[in-house]
Design a protein around this ligand. Structure first.
Ligand code: IFM
Length: 477
């Protein structure tokens, strides 16, 4: 690590026998372009929907933008050095579409592609496997102006973009994720409007979800044709959805939210169909006329792996007249056709995002995907927590985050023991960064960022994670 005077955090690692992960388990950390790169107007990059959104008053807390972020664009080699000191086996990053194909159509921007070529080279030189995500929410603004994801043509543009990235770095990148968390792009972007582009229309959000998956399928086909050796997948954010009680109304609320949060994506991607109960729930929102013959075959084009982002659980209940709706991802407008479902808090410990900490939910989620959907290798492509951190004597002792990682790694191990082919785990996030509508007010990083000086301080969780990676496991409790 960059400051060797600080010893690794101790704790559970020092007790008992090892809880060992399978050989070759891919230990990683993840970030996303708009959240860390900065250099928003440099090197030929043009605006994405997140530039427009964050520069629109009232959209992001305190008017924060990704203009500078962690300045990773200029500090990339130093950041890769930090990753190497951590012992990361893999680094999951995303490519900024408007940096490599300004405008989202037509020619490439070589200067933008060069940045990712250098990043990939730097990672490989440090023995770190690059894991590339094509779309982590930064749609080029001109494509949004032409209708965005609710419009079918955007799917085709995405496949073209995938192709040009494959041409640039396909010889050196083995792992590819098409989309990151299409639920967020569709339902936060076009449903509640809490995320860019900030539109709020139930039918558009459903159309967006479909066209995101269509773009995924077309991109997989394009990548497969160019890169037969690559490992191709998609990342979905999944939640166990639990009814607040056994009452039929609560059980039905759980079915509905599970449909929108999980099965809306899992079923088309892995089974080639939409669940019948989901389309029935959405009947008053859309007639699914946007789904054309052949779409579901494209969407379910065979994959090599599935990425799962896991953070928390949803506990839901039947509506109660007169109750105030919650905010953000619990906002009614995120759940077209099921706006009246209540999200219940159970009083268990939460993170700084107010998300309940529920490590058993990760076991449940991994087992469900494996047992109900697929034998494909699974990867936890994101898992992590925001907490309020403070720097004291040059150190950030983030015990809560460390405990969160510890609990979720134990859950990952439990899932493997139960037969889940879990092949890797990526901590979210490598470093503090722009947390979307929350700006820089929420810190998820294992590395502290001082946004005034851009100084980096590996937190206790980073030292602890480095030791987990080195030992390929934790101590059994
Ligand atoms: O910061 C985000 C990330 O971009 C996508 N997954 C969830 C993280 C925490 O909210």
């Amino acid at each position: 690590m960059s400051n060797p005077t600080h010893p690794p955090a101790v704790g559970v690692l020092d007790q008992g026998p090892e809880l060992t992960f399978p050989p070759g388990f891919l230990w990683g950390a993840a970030t996303a372009a708009y959240q860390i790169e900065g250099a928003a107007a440099e090197g030929g990059r043009t605006p994405s929907i997140w530039d427009t959104f964050s520069h629109t008053e009232g959209r992001v807390v305190s008017g924060h933008t990704g203009d500078v972020a962690c300045d990773h664009y200029h500090r990339m080699p130093d950041d890769v050095r930090l990753m190497a000191e951590l012992g990361l086996k893999s680094y999951r990053f995303s490519v900024s579409w408007p940096r490599v194909q300004p405008g989202g159509t037509g020619g490439v921007n070589q200067e933008g592609l060069d940045f990712y070529r250098r990043l990939v080279d730097e990672l490989l030189a440090n023995g770190i496997e690059p894991w590339l995500t094509l779309y982590h929410w930064d749609l080029p603004q001109p494509l949004e102006d032409a209708g965005g994801w609710p419009v079918r043509d955007t799917a085709g543009r995405f496949a073209d973009y995938a192709s040009l990235v494959a041409d640039a770095v396909g010889d050196r990148v083995k792992y590819w994720t098409t989309l990151n968390e299409p639920w967020c792009s569709a339902f936060l972007g076009y449903g509640s409007g809490a995320h860019a582009p900030g539109r709020s229309d139930g039918a558009d959000s459903v159309r967006a979800g479909h066209h995101l998956m269509l773009g995924h399928g077309l991109a997989v086909q394009a990548l497969r044709a160019k890169l037969p050796q690559a490992q191709l997948g998609v990342t979905v954010n999944l939640y166990p959805v639990t009814p607040a009680s056994d009452e039929p109304g609560d059980v039905d609320a759980a079915r509905r939210i599970d449909g929108l949060a999980n099965r809306f994506f899992l079923d088309p991607l892995l089974r080639g169909s939409y669940p019948a109960d989901l389309t029935a729930d959405l009947a008053e929102v859309t007639d699914f006329g946007h789904v054309r013959d052949g779409d579901l075959e494209i969407i379910s084009t065979p994959l090599d792996l599935v990425g799962i982002n896991y953070y928390s659980r949803h506990v839901v209940a039947a509506p109660v007249a007169g109750e105030e709706p919650d905010k953000y991802w619990r906002a009614p407008s995120c759940w077209p056709g099921s706006e009246d479902v209540r999200f219940v808090t159970r009083g268990v410990p939460v993170t700084d995002m107010d998300w309940e900490i529920d490590a058993p939910g990760l076991v449940e989620t991994l087992r469900r995907v494996h047992e109900e959907y697929t034998d494909l290798p699974l990867y936890v492509t994101e898992n992590g927590s925001a907490f309020v951190d403070t720097v004291q004597d040059g150190r950030v002792d983030d015990v809560d985050r460390l405990a969160y990682f510890d609990a979720h790694l134990r859950a990952s191990h439990e899932a493997i023991a139960a037969g889940v082919p879990l092949r890797g785990y990526f901590a979210w996030s490598l470093m503090d960064n722009f947390e979307w509508a929350w700006g820089y007010t929420k810190r998820f990083g294992m590395i502290w960022i001082d946004y005034d000086t851009q100084a980096r301080i590996p937190k206790s969780s980073a030292r602890w994670y480095a030791e987990v990676i080195r030992r390929n496991g934790l101590a059994a409790q």
